[in-house]
Design a protein around this ligand. Structure first.
Ligand SMILES: [Zn+2]
Length: 220
């Protein structure tokens, strides 16, 4: 009983706030200020195309980070399906849907089939150094395709027979078949991405292939 009485003044104080001339401050709500929008028509069409490629993915909410960096129209790719198997992916953050669709096709028709034909084993994993990164093209003041998650850096491939082929070790140091495989996947990337850069371009690309869906025609 005593305890109950002690709580009464507290209730009075709280209810007193309702009549206070200054309204209680509300925490700004992100959802109230920026309701989750449906992706625009192009992105919706792209997401449906990506689903048709049997990619395993989840759409990511658009975000702007300032300094011309953003992840708009992106997805998180969990895995890709090839002819009759699944390829896992590592190191990959959000990537634009318009980058993810040629990437899915490249892994299936460029990489997996080349691995089977040249190395006699399918690809089970594509290793990457990531996609989104708020940065400039090295040595310039121009924003990289990574600043809008429109590029992927591919560093290596794991095969079903257990072999791991990396750009760093095997572009020049692998067996002749491994070197040929890496050059074939590089060349097939050139047909699918606006920009493809590999170890032949410069030292900054000695350990990965930079793939970017920018509509350019730049293959090195
Ligand atoms: Zn890159």
């Amino acid at each position: 009983m005593r305890k109950f009485l002690l709580t009464l003044p507290v209730i009075a104080l709280v209810s007193g706030c309702i009549d206070s001339p200054e309204p209680p401050r509300r925490k700004p709500s992100r959802t109230a200020n920026r309701p989750a929008r449906q992706p625009d028509a192009n992105v919706r069409q792209c997401l449906s195309k990506l689903g048709g490629q049997q990619a395993v993915f989840t759409p990511v909410e658009d975000r702007h980070y300032g300094s011309a960096c953003s992840t708009v129209g992106t997805v998180k790719l969990a895995a890709l399906n090839t002819d009759n198997a699944t390829v896992s992916l590592s190191g990959l953050g959000p990537v634009t849907c318009s980058m993810a669709t040629p990437f899915a096709a490249w892994v299936r028709y460029g990489v997996d089939r080349a691995a089977q034909q040249i190395l006699g084993s399918r690809v089970i994993k594509v290793e990457t150094f990531g996609s989104y990164s708020c940065r400039n093209v090295a040595g310039t003041n121009r924003r990289s395709g990574h600043a809008t998650a429109n590029a992927i850096d591919v560093s290596g491939f794991v095969l079903g027979d257990g072999r791991r082929i990396t750009v760093l070790d095997d572009w020049n140091g692998g067996t002749s078949a491994e070197r040929r495989f890496l050059r074939v996947v590089h060349d097939s990337a050139c047909k699918r991405f606006g920009t493809t850069l590999g170890p032949g371009y410069n030292a900054a690309h000695a350990n990965h292939l930079h793939l970017e869906a920018d509509g350019a025609d730049f293959c090195r």
